[in-house]
Design a protein around this ligand. Structure first.
Ligand code: 5GP
Length: 189
């Protein structure tokens, strides 16, 4: 998506450790009009996938997920993050290693909000090593739900996540694909 690439190029900041900071429009301040354009783009890309529900992870996945849900007219569920978890029969949960925080989190979704009749689209802000998306896929599997698509705002294609999701055969779409962040410079695929 050209508009997104332009915004990353003008407002993004490359931090050590291959981290792209985009808190002007995605990770801290949110540009809702622009987010809505991304929602429209995801809705177009996944229109033939029979999506009935969108899932994401709090917190930065929520904005793109909600704007996509608005366009597709389907509900949006965000997985909650926990440091540790007391035993709870009412949730599906999965362990996720956080790339940016370098800590382990459990993420979970209440059993009332995901089930075997759902055809799911996973939306997230970034795809790096794929741990967040894999955690959501694991939760969907535990619920017996189908995952028909994965939509990513910014994919760092040089990290492992792209290949893992592609190899799983799930329809993957990323609105911006970054080939490298070397020398503090963003290079797109
Ligand atoms: P993964 O689980 O694919 O390794 O990493 C994805 C998650 O880590 C995303 O949900 C996002 O919150 C965070 N993340 C990974 N790389 C970046 C990055 O370069 N910039 C920002 N802002 N977040 C990132």
């Amino acid at each position: 998506m050209k508009l997104l690439e332009d915004k990353i190029a003008s407002e993004g900041l490359v931090l050590p450790g291959n981290i792209l900071k985009v808190d002007q429009f995605l990770n801290h301040q949110i540009d809702p009009m622009f987010m809505n354009e991304m929602g429209k783009e995801f809705a177009k890309l996944f229109k033939d996938d029979g999506i009935t529900k969108i899932i994401t992870v709090e917190s930065s996945g929520i904005a793109p997920a909600v704007l996509t849900g608005l366009q597709m007219e389907v509900p949006v569920v965000f997985a909650r993050k926990h440091k540790s978890l007391t035993l709870n029969d009412n949730i599906y949960s999965s362990d996720v290693y956080s790339y940016t925080k370098q800590t382990n989190n459990k993420i979970s979704i209440d059993k009332r909000f995901i089930n075997s009749t759902d055809n799911i689209l996973v939306i997230d802000d970034f795809l790096a090593n794929g741990q967040a998306v894999l955690g959501l896929l694991d939760i969907a599997k535990k619920a017996g739900a189908n995952v028909n698509g994965v939509g990513i705002v910014i994919e760092k294609s040089f990290q492992k996540g792209h290949k893992i999701i592609k190899d799983s055969g799930i329809h993957l779409e990323s609105l911006a694909r970054i080939a490298s962040l070397e020398n503090e410079k963003v290079t797109f695929e």
